[in-house]
Design a protein around this ligand. Structure first.
Ligand code: WT7
Length: 633
């Protein structure tokens, strides 16, 4: 690929080119893909109106670029290795040729159900090959996929289906996760009682469990598959036609359906994959994320397949049947690049190191981390025990909204430094802003992280609400994209991401907004009001602490019951990942004179930083703070 970084000097060189002439830079990379019609303009943008177009006028098909383009040279090469949850179940090696057939069949199934270009398809599947087939099949016919992580509740699923009026849902009877079996189909049934746009449900058989089959709506995938052709011509779409919607939590309101379009996302996910992982033709690459998150979209499916790579898809969890699992898989397939999240690293680092040492990990070349700041201890453990001090760690900072990695070391080029995401990738122009909206120049500064110039992978809008897109990302610092993160720049120019500066809390790498959790709690008839904050947690990074006031006093045993009910409400409304680790009932919550809950104080109390509460004398009700401290959980 053009502009591949090979050493630090070439990084600086390439970054200069990308900044001095972005259009020329991205155009040269874009030329390596397959286009039906060439673009007439590389970039057109207005950062105030948040209108960004890349490769406008171009026409192409994403699945053709991921699959068909490789058939001649790599037809028999393995595209996807599927490793099931249960190590006793046989794995699958799916070649590019087979992938082409499977995706074509799935595309024909969708077409057969009336799905057309531009229609939305909701994908609620476990990490099985059919998930990849469905995503690529949507891309093949120009339909817009909306993958919903199969750990979300029925409520969360139905609100996402309704927000983008999906026509069809692809799901499975059930899923396996460690020793658990999850009844996906009944979650979908429950969700669909509130959705009237869904005409059909395509059901993949995974667990074989009993289910309530609704004739006229539900269809078995294996039945439909028998009747369709294994050829399907790709539908040509425009560069700026949406490829997918992916929902992400905001600090307020309902989840935001981030819209990614076709050409820019393609170029960006492919270029960043190649450089950040330094993928070579024979390598086996493994990202442990779920395809329900952006990491899975960009770095299990699109980035790797666009590069003709072999990508591992793992259905299970790191702890099942025991904590050997990840290392056993690395050894089994000779994984060369391994990409996971700090929360997984921390939970593995807590186990006996023999789990790692029992396995031959000598195939590893590059280790990656993503999703939240990685602490120094976890970084060192990863570097020493997994990488044996030989594999650079790429601490990759990015977001659902950015489409691809933005700040990361380039392995073998950028010297790594624990907890630092280091340099922006070529074409990325970060800025640190102070509270007055001024850019902080120079080194050794700390501020809010913005991006000054468009890159091809940036989300184009929030589905159905462009104004919200502008307000959330382009208003605070006019002319720039605001990330919601804080960061610092060290004397070498390296960036370190310090964490969110808004009310989003990252728990085990999952982005959770406080508002939807608070709304769920407020549904309880006994709750008067509540505030959710994050506090540091050894494994999860952050855990959730709820401060709740009740309408009426309760006995201790009633309180225990209430805590359970509150967590059930949260699990039903969002999903089990949003459950509170600690709940404290109190008579009041600290408020400003204008009645706003002072979360800053609650955050300090939850973290145990009791000597550092700041001035509380200006509060409306300073007395409640003492009571809260006394009863701290
Ligand atoms: C938020 C985005 C991008 C894939 C997974 C998460 C945090 C992400 C890092 C990192 C420190 C990180 C940020 C960001 N984050 N990567 N390497 N170091 N923080 O995607 O759910 O959209 O979350 O994750 O706070 O804003 P997401």
């Amino acid at each position: 690929m053009k502009y591949q970084v090979k050493n630090l000097k070439s990084y600086f060189n390439i970054q200069d080119k990308a900044i001095n002439n972005p259009e020329k830079f991205w155009k040269k990379i874009a030329k390596e893909f397959s286009w039906q019609t060439k673009w007439n303009q590389v970039l057109d943008y207005d950062m105030h109106k948040a209108e960004i177009k890349w490769f406008d006028g171009g026409e192409l098909n994403m699945s053709e670029n991921c699959i068909d383009r490789h058939l001649k040279l790599r037809g028999d090469k393995t595209a996807i290795i599927f490793e099931p949850n249960d190590p006793k179940e046989k794995e699958q090696h799916i070649s590019y040729k087979q992938l082409h057939e499977e995706v074509s069949k799935m595309a024909n199934i969708l077409k057969g159900q009336g799905v057309e270009k531009g229609d939305r398809v909701c994908v609620y599947l476990p990490m099985i090959p059919e998930l990849a087939y469905t995503v690529l099949a949507c891309a093949r016919i120009g339909a817009i996929h909306s993958v919903v992580f199969a750990g979300f509740s029925a409520n969360a699923l139905s609100s996402r289906i309704n927000d983008s009026s999906c026509k069809l849902v692809v799901t499975a009877d059930g899923s396996y996760r460690g020793d658990k079996q999850i009844d996906l189909k009944s979650i979908v049934d429950k969700a669909l009682t509130n959705c009237n746009t869904v005409k059909s449900v395509v059901l993949v058989k995974r667990t074989g469990q009993k289910l309530d089959f609704q004739h006229g709506r539900d269809l078995w995938y294996h039945d439909l598959k028998k009747e369709v052709d294994d050829h399907c011509d790709p539908v040509i779409v425009k560069s700026e036609d949406p490829l997918f919607i992916l929902y992400t939590s905001g600090s307020t309101g309902k989840p935001k359906g981030m819209v990614h379009t076709t050409a820019g996302y393609m170029v960006y996910s492919a270029y960043t994959f190649k450089n950040v992982f330094q993928y070579e033709e024979e390598d086996v690459y493994w990202c442990t994320a779920d395809i329900g998150w952006i990491t899975g979209h960009s770095y299990i499916i699109y980035g790797p397949l666009l590069n003709g790579a072999t990508t591992v898809m793992f259905e299970g969890v790191p702890s099942y049947p025991n904590y050997n699992r990840f290392w056993e898989i690395v050894e089994k397939y000779g994984v060369n690049q391994f990409y996971t999240a700090p929360t997984a690293i921390r939970s593995l680092a807590k186990q006996d190191v023999k789990f790692v040492e029992q396995h031959d990990l000598s195939s590893l070349k590059v280790l990656g981390t993503v999703g939240e700041p990685i602490n120094e201890e976890a970084w060192n453990w990863y570097y020493n025990h997994v990488g044996k001090e030989k594999c650079p760690i790429v601490d990759t900072w990015w977001q659902t909204e950015t489409g691809g990695i933005m700040i990361s070391p380039i392995p073998f080029s950028t010297p790594t430094k624990a907890t630092y995401a280091t340099f922006p990738l070529p074409g990325v122009q970060p800025a640190l802003m102070d509270a007055d909206g001024k850019e902080l120049e120079g080194r050794l500064v700390k501020g809010s992280l913005c991006i000054k110039f468009p890159w091809p992978g940036i989300a184009r809008t929030i589905w159905g609400n462009h104004q919200r897109y502008i307000n959330t990302y382009f208003k605070q610092y006019p002319g720039m994209y605001f990330t919601g993160d804080g960061a610092l720049r060290d004397p070498a120019g390296y960036y370190r991401i310090t964490g969110r500066v808004d009310d989003v809390i990252i728990v085990s790498g999952h982005n959770l907004g406080t508002a939807p959790i608070e709304n769920a709690i407020n549904e309880h008839s006994k709750v008067a009001e509540c505030a959710i904050v994050g506090y540091p947690h050894e494994v999860k990074g952050n855990a959730l602490y709820g401060f709740i006031t009740l309408k009426k006093d309760c006995s201790e045993s009633e309180q225990d019951q209430l805590k359970k009910e509150i967590n059930v409400l949260i699990a039903d409304s969002i999903g089990p990942i949003a459950r509170l680790s600690r709940i404290q009932f109190s008579d009041g919550l600290p408020k400003t004179r204008s009645g706003k809950i002072m979360r800053r104080i609650l955050r300090k109390i939850a973290a145990g930083e009791l000597n550092d509460l700041g001035d509380i004398s200006t509060l409306l009700n300073p007395d409640c703070v003492e009571e809260i401290i006394k009863n701290r959980q």
